[in-house]
Write a protein that binds this ligand. Structure first.
Ligand code: URA
Length: 217
């Protein structure tokens, strides 16, 4: 609910071009100053992959490696995601991957020390929403795979709970467009699982991704 605080006015909207494809969006997003997350981050990490992909995958926000390289899902979570997509029968090279929030949000325990991921707030997700609305509008995927709670809240609202709907196909209007969404867990949750649980967590992710892959068959 708006409170009159400056955070209520965070938005990427004035930076989003009215015309052009993904290349125009990516170029404009590089200069986005819609919220303060651009300050400490190295660069905007816009979506990447096959511009004609039938499946778009949406994660949370870039991590440390993504922030340095300027590409989404190139770190450990991305490597696991690529493997899971292949095991689900989908070609990772034919997907488009992006994030709900386009800048890395982090803290440091001490100056000069390792950067530690911090989850984006609802306001930051909302501020970045115009980019997440623009990407499917120009890319026109047949399915959107929702990777974890942040992506789910950004696309489906703050009451989203991944456990209730994972591995199902949801038909929803997203930013004015009818979309088919397949929610699943975030690949980082598989990496964080206890050793004894990791195999089952991975198999669960692959099973959910198979639901999206089958829609493409
Ligand atoms: N986690 C995400 O949600 N996105 C990335 O790009 C990398 C890690």
């Amino acid at each position: 609910m708006p409170t009159g605080a400056p955070e209520d006015r965070y938005t990427a909207a004035p930076f989003v071009p009215e015309r052009g494809g993904l290349a125009a969006l990516r170029e404009a997003a590089a200069g986005c100053r819609g919220c303060p997350l651009h300050g400490p981050a190295t660069q905007t990490v816009f979506g990447a992959g096959d511009a004609r992909a039938r499946v778009m995958l949406v994660g949370e926000q870039p991590g440390d490696q993504e922030d340095r390289r300027g590409e989404p899902f190139v770190g450990p979570a991305g490597k696991l995601l690529d493997r899971a997509l292949s095991d689900a029968g989908a070609d990772p090279a034919r997907a488009y991957v992006t994030n709900a929030v386009k800048h890395f949000k982090f803290t440091r325990a001490e100056p000069g020390k390792r950067r530690i991921h911090r989850a984006p707030t609802l306001r930051e997700m909302t501020a970045c929403g115009p980019w997440l609305a623009a990407e499917p509008a120009v890319e026109e995927p047949e399915s959107i795979v929702v990777l974890g709670a942040t992506a789910g809240k950004a696309l489906l609202g703050s009451s989203f709970r991944v456990g209730r709907v994972r591995g199902t196909v949801l038909g929803e209007e997203i930013h004015g467009r009818p979309e088919k969404l397949v929610p699943t867990v975030h690949p980082s949750s598989v990496l964080r699982a206890r050793d004894a649980d990791r195999r089952a967590a991975y198999d669960g992710l692959v099973g959910d991704l198979r639901v999206a892959a089958r829609r493409l068959a």
